[in-house]
Design a protein around this ligand. Structure first.
Ligand SMILES: [Zn+2]
Ligand SMILES: [Zn+2]
Length: 359
């Protein structure tokens, strides 16, 4: 079972164990050329292992056949150790147990092994090779079993594109829209690892995917696709990420941040937060009491909850960070038509945490 686009459809999903791209196309992505019905004969269940209530015969049977899966995804900000580990049961038991386990298999000359990431093809996926990553789903192979060379099945853990995440249970300010759980810090090549599992016919695989585990150290990403965060099936929560800046916000690797050069500080700062602070100070300096009226209460440089920007429409600024050898500077423009004094000027930029000038 997998969270689909706008998890409001959780109930619908209980009925259809297959992952669906969105509510408009509730078709199985595990449809394969070999099986036009799109139905894989195996279903993954998550049995109630330590249930206090009396289980039904069927539930008890699932418990009796349960296996334990240690998740290959351990996020840096996991809520607890082994957060994504879980018991699961594949039905029908007899047929699943009767199959032989394999360490690898070959499709169209490509060898796949346990722990490899794969692109998974569905009914909506264009034919041919992987051109647009997001036409595909991405999964990680956990186990391979086969009846014969024509019937090879893989137990996989799903990876999700950010836009496929369900909206958060408690509202946050950093969601991109109201219909998904995509956050502003998610990059366009980012995947979220999960412990939603499914059995797929390996003929739905469209090739190996190169997915890197990015640990959010002060490093650069080398691979095109990456994951740093997990989504837990049981809690429906994303794992925590490294916090940056004075806003305690996160890093979107596609939006550059500035680092403070003070060796005792080394904080990473959002350009947006720097500009907001610089322009708020400019307002206070040049407008005096007028700015005080418009400005929100002092919050130690932090943006207020209301997000009021006293400088809006009055001043604008951009950071000049990439000039070879010179210091980081900011160019400020006075947008007011009735103002005296310079229309545009350049200043050094200081750290929002320790006040040191940025190099
Ligand atoms: Zn910030
Ligand atoms: Zn600093």
């Amino acid at each position: 079972m997998a969270p689909k686009h706008g998890l409001a459809a959780l109930q619908a999903e209980e009925k259809s164990a297959k992952r669906v791209k969105n509510s408009e196309t509730p078709a199985s992505r595990s449809a394969t050329p070999a099986d036009i019905t799109g139905k894989v004969p195996f279903t993954v269940h998550y049995p109630q292992m330590n249930s206090k209530r009396k289980l039904s015969k069927k539930e008890q049977e699932l418990v009796n056949h349960a296996e334990f899966q240690e998740s290959p995804f351990v996020a840096k900000g996991a809520a607890k150790k082994g957060e994504l580990d879980q018991h699961y049961t594949v039905t029908p038991f007899k047929e699943w147990d009767a199959m032989k386990k394999y360490n690898n298999f070959i499709i169209q000359g490509e060898t796949y092994k346990n722990h490899h990431f794969v692109y998974v093809r569905g009914e909506d996926t264009p034919k041919g090779n992987v051109e647009r990553d997001k036409d595909f789903w991405v999964a990680r192979i956990l186990q391979v079993r086969a009846i014969n060379p024509q019937h090879v099945y893989a137990l996989v853990a799903w990876m999700y594109w950010p836009e496929e995440l369900p909206p958060p249970k408690t509202k946050t300010t950093d969601t991109v829209n109201s219909i998904s759980g995509q956050r502003k810090y998610h990059g366009s090549h980012e995947l979220i690892a999960s412990n939603y599992m499914e059995v797929l016919d390996v003929l739905s695989f469209a090739g190996k995917a190169d997915v890197e585990h990015w640990k959010e150290e002060d490093d650069n990403l080398t691979s095109k696709l990456y994951w740093r965060q997990t989504f837990c099936r049981e809690t429906q929560e994303l794992s925590a990420l490294r916090k940056h800046c004075i806003c305690d916000g996160y890093f979107n690797p596609e939006i550059p941040m500035l680092i403070c050069d003070n060796p005792d500080c080394k904080v990473w700062l959002h350009e947006e937060c720097l500009l907001d602070s610089i322009l708020t100070k400019t307002c206070e300096r040049l407008l005096g009491p007028e700015a005080e009226d418009a400005a929100p209460a002092k919050t130690n440089g932090r943006k207020t909850k209301t997000g009021r920007k006293p400088w809006k429409g009055k001043f604008a600024a951009h950071i000049n960070a990439e000039e070879g050898g010179s210091h980081t500077t900011v160019t400020i423009t006075d947008l007011r038509s009735n103002s005296e004094g310079p229309k545009t000027w350049t200043e050094r930029v200081s750290c929002l945490k320790c006040d040191a000038l940025l190099e």
